[in-house]
Design a protein. Sequence first.
Length: 264
Amino acid sequence: MTYPHRPGDRGAATPLSTFAPQPWTVRKSTEYGTRALPMRRYEITALTPDGDYVDDILRGPAHPAFESAFAALARGTLLSTEHGPMAVEDLQPGIWIETRDNGLQMLVWRGAMTLIPRADDTTGRACLYRIPMDAFGPQRPMPDLVLGPYARLVTRNPALADLVGRDSALVPLPVFEDGHNVIRVTPASPVTVYHLAFARHQIISVNGLDIDSMHPGGELAGQLTDETLRLFLSLFPHAAQPGRFGPLALPRISEDAWHGVRAA
C-alpha cells in the first residue's frame, strides 16, 4: 500500500509493505525514575495509508519516548519544500519536502506539543537550543536556528567508525551545548515545538543543518507497558504498528557514547 500523491507531484510514495517488522520489548512500568509522570497534550496531523486525513489532539504521559517524537523543531524553522522555503508551523501532510538522500518526499505526519518551562519538568528538557548563524561552518545554519531539546544533528567524526561502522551518525543536540555555538535557552512562556515524519526515516535540512525526521528507533524497548505502547502508536496513524517506521537512515548514538568518542 502506498500513500496517495497529487497529479503532477514528483516522485513516488514509499510502499509501507517494504518495511520489515522490528522487535520491541516492553517493560511493565510507566514511571520515569521514581516519579509518576504528568499527562500532556500531543497534537497530530497525518495522512493514513488509506489516504484519510487525521487532525487530532490526544493526551499522553510526559515520557521521553513520547516527548522525543514531538520536540525537535521550534516555530520558524525553515525547510525546503516543493513551493520553496516554508516554516514548520505552516507545513501540512501531503506537501513534498526536500530530503538529503531521497529528493522530494511527501510529509505524512506533523506532531506538536507545548513546552511549559515553569511546570513540572520531569525530563529536564523544557528548553530550546539557539544556534547562531555559521556556528557549524559557513551557512550552517543560515540564518540563526532554534531547535527543540530532542533534535539530533548529523555529525561526522572518523572515530565513529569504531562505534557504528561509519564516520557519521545522529547525535543528540544537547551534547553540543557550550554557551557559544549552541546555547540553551529557557523560554519565558510556553512555546510550541514540532516534529515531522515521512513514509520512511529521512535526513532533512533545517536552515542549513542536517537533522533527522521523527522515528522512535529502539527507544521504546524496555520503557513502556503494553497499554502505553498502544497509546504511543495511536499518535502515529501513518504507521499503526512499530515495524511500519522502517529502518533508520543513519545510526544514532547516545549522549554518553558521544562523550566517549570525543574523549578517544
